[in-house]
Design a protein around this ligand. Sequence first.
Ligand SMILES: Nc1nc2c(ncn2[C@@H]2O[C@H](COP(=O)(O)OP(=O)(O)OP(=O)(O)O)[C@@H](O)[C@H]2O)c(=O)[nH]1
Length: 428
Amino acid sequence: MPSSRPHRPALSLSQKLAALATLVSNKLLPLFAFRKHRAEDMPPEALIGKGVRFVKRIYRLRVIGLGIGFFCVAAGFLQALVAPPLWVLLVFHGFIWPHLARYWALNSAIPYRAERRNLVIDAGFGGFWIAAMQGNLIPATVIIAMLSMDNIAAGGMRLFVRGLYASLTGFALGWLLLGFEFTPQSDLTTIVACLPMLVLYPLVLGKSTYDMSKKLAERSRAFEIVSQQDGLTGLLNRRYWETQLIEEFDNCHRGTHDSCLLLLDLDHFKNINDTHGHLVGDEVLRNFSALLRENLRADDAIGRYGGEEFVVILRKTALAEALALSQRVIDKVREQRELGNRLQGCTVSAGLVPFSHTLEAHFSWLQRADHAMYCAKEQGRDCLMVEGEDGQVSAISDAEGGVMAATLLASVVAQTHAAVFSKQRPQA
Ligand SMILES: Nc1nc2c(ncn2[C@@H]2O[C@H](COP(=O)(O)OP(=O)(O)OP(=O)(O)O)[C@@H](O)[C@H]2O)c(=O)[nH]1
């Protein structure tokens, strides 16, 4: 049956080659070349060796995607009755290229960029297959949709647009080399061959994207924790602790509850460094931090303010209870002298200040605690000083502190007993 399509003048081979050369130099090569450095981009030297995990993730997706995509295009080829070299190229792209792309990217100076270039090449191949299948609509749509999904997931709109350019270039290349007669009908075999790609690949990509976002969330949580911690002791670092103090100051100011601020400083710590060296000094700081954690409550915000100076926000704590807690810490430090050299015989001086509405700002609270601690040093160290609302600093004798600590202990025991007792008796 004679064709109803209008006859197009055939291009000579030299015309085709000239057009191809122009296309490659103007469109294709710039896509594969490293793009110009932009101000917001990282400098290339900072990217050296980056993206190995990205390459491995894309490799897995490419092996699956191109593996099942092969059948999609092969069905289109069967319909279009293409020449054997195209089959060879399709087998290469479906089953050899994924491994080659991985090898190429991993052996590049910047694997991340090399992998993005590989994704653009994939998009170029996609356009070429569409031309080779003479625009067979179902596989063409599936290919473009999957490639675009890949590029958006891997590199956002920028990579998506580059991929589209590459697909157009691949399509034009196919048109020039193979000729193009738009034949959009897809037979049943082609439709069925496209189903695995349509169903399976989005699942695989979705799973991979989910795994990646989960890992990212975990990493950002870990990073958040690290950014709040003091590197040596694992306590809150000064910057983060201060944000907690501001928050607590505001809560107390609004009248939500009362809290106390405790500042502790190891006595003659310099001697430990001078006598035993900095490593032992570090060990003492770590051990003292552990002692604070063991003897204070989970809700207390314990921070390292700097050097051998520590700060604690005793949240929702009235002065009497705060005194008992502070005294307990001082007693535990003293106990260490008899128990061994965990703290190298160090003692601690402490200043305690309850919240007061006369405080102008969080730093005034801190200044008062610092002042009380300084008074404890003046007093001969190894003691606790309390600064009241009126600015009067008073020493807490061991006996007073001890009684308070004992009272606190008794009340904690009573509360625990009550809790256990009420658990044992089923409620009516
Ligand atoms: N090992 C170790 N030493 C530290 C660290 N940070 C600060 N220091 C040392 O802590 C010492 C603090 O000395 P000083 O400020 O004189 O205080 P002190 O010797 O405890 O004397 P008083 O506070 O007056 O009882 C200095 O020698 C610092 O080098 C640290 O992270 N590790």
